[in-house]
Design a protein around this ligand. Structure first.
Ligand code: C2E
Ligand code: CA
Ligand code: CA
Ligand code: CA
Length: 275
């Protein structure tokens, strides 16, 4: 038994080392990507459920890691947070997204994800202000998406930061709503302009009564707080239909559009028609 234990411990430690080594290697590549312009951005459309009109775009980060191909942000963001690169990466995302949006042929709102690490530092206030000044993007066209988990580490500081940013005219959305703990307390104390229902509630909303009941409850909450609700991860017409019936304001998901380049064709065609 002792030998067995040693052997297991040994494997375990070996795995830990291997895991740590991989994370260090990834961290190193993340810093390199920052210096070599190795990141890019894609945009996913957000639409009004009632009218099908475009209400904005969520900005999503992409990284093609040399020798590895595309790595999911779900995998590299935690490493970037751990090694401290997330602050510089987050600033790059914000600056690039705002610069791009300022040059678009039509004014469209962008929603940029903000990490909990960024929300832990007062520097974020200056970063947002500087980027808006520098790019000339109207603050009303910028929304920051924050998760509940990202604000609980230092709630008072996060609250201060978000209030300052809101005072500039930027709006704030609560992301992945329902998955963090103490959702209701967060809603009570934070100045949110939008609630984004997490994708996990959407997967079975058209055939599971429990999922539907939860979505209904979040929509009722949004209505009574006068905060619009956006449903994430809408993949089927049946899901969208439930949202329509239940009165959800906005939707986002593969059904409405995959993350990618923005298609300005619809805008340019009528313009060409006028010529
Ligand atoms: P998120 O903020 O919840 O972003 C939505 C994710 O859901 C995106 O994954 C998007 O591609 C995916 N998605 C959209 N519609 C559907 C759908 O209909 N079905 C399914 N199955 N998935 C859908 P992505 O781009 O891989 O990003 C994963 C997470 O990485 C994001 O989750 C966000 O937490 C984080 N992330 C992405 N970009 C950034 C960034 O610039 N900064 C920070 N801090 N985090 C980011
Ligand atoms: Ca998001
Ligand atoms: Ca989300
Ligand atoms: Ca088109």
């Amino acid at each position: 038994a002792k030998a067995e234990f040693d052997r297991r411990t040994c494997y375990y430690e070996h795995d830990m080392d291997e895991h740590a080594r991989q994370r260090r290697a990834m961290a190193k590549d993340l810093w390199t990507a920052l210096e070599t312009n190795g990141f890019s951005l894609v945009y996913q459309v957000q639409k009004s459920v009632a009218t099908d009109e475009i209400t904005g775009y969520e900005v999503l980060l992409r990284w093609s890691r040399p020798g590895h191909g595309m790595v999911s942000p779900a995998d590299f963001i935690p490493v970037a947070e751990e090694c401290g690169a997330i602050t510089a990466i987050g600033t790059w995302v914000l600056r690039t997204a705002c610069r791009n949006a300022a040059s678009w042929p039509e004014k469209r709102k962008i929603a940029v994800n903000v990490s909990g690490v960024q929300l832990g530092s007062l520097d974020l206030i200056d970063t947002v202000r500087d980027v808006l000044t520098e790019t000339g993007l109207s603050p009303s066209l910028l929304e920051l998406e924050v998760t509940e988990t990202s604000i609980i580490a230092d709630k008072q500081r996060a609250l201060h930061i978000l209030r300052q940013i809101k005072a500039m005219g930027v709006s704030i959305a609560i992301d992945d709503f329902g998955t963090g703990y103490s959702s209701l307390d967060t809603l009570r104390s934070f100045p949110f302009d939008k609630i984004k229902i997490d994708r996990s509630f959407m997967t079975e909303v058209d055939h599971d009564e429990q999922s539907k009941a939860i979505v209904r409850a979040i929509l009722a909450l949004g209505r009574s707080l006068s905060v619009p609700v956006l449903a994430e991860g809408v993949e089927t017409c049946a899901q969208l239909e439930v949202l329509r019936v239940e009165g959800c304001s906005e939707a986002q998901g593969f059904l409405l559009g995959r993350p990618g380049e923005i298609d300005w064709e619809d805008l340019i065609e009528p313009m060409l028609g006028q010529m």
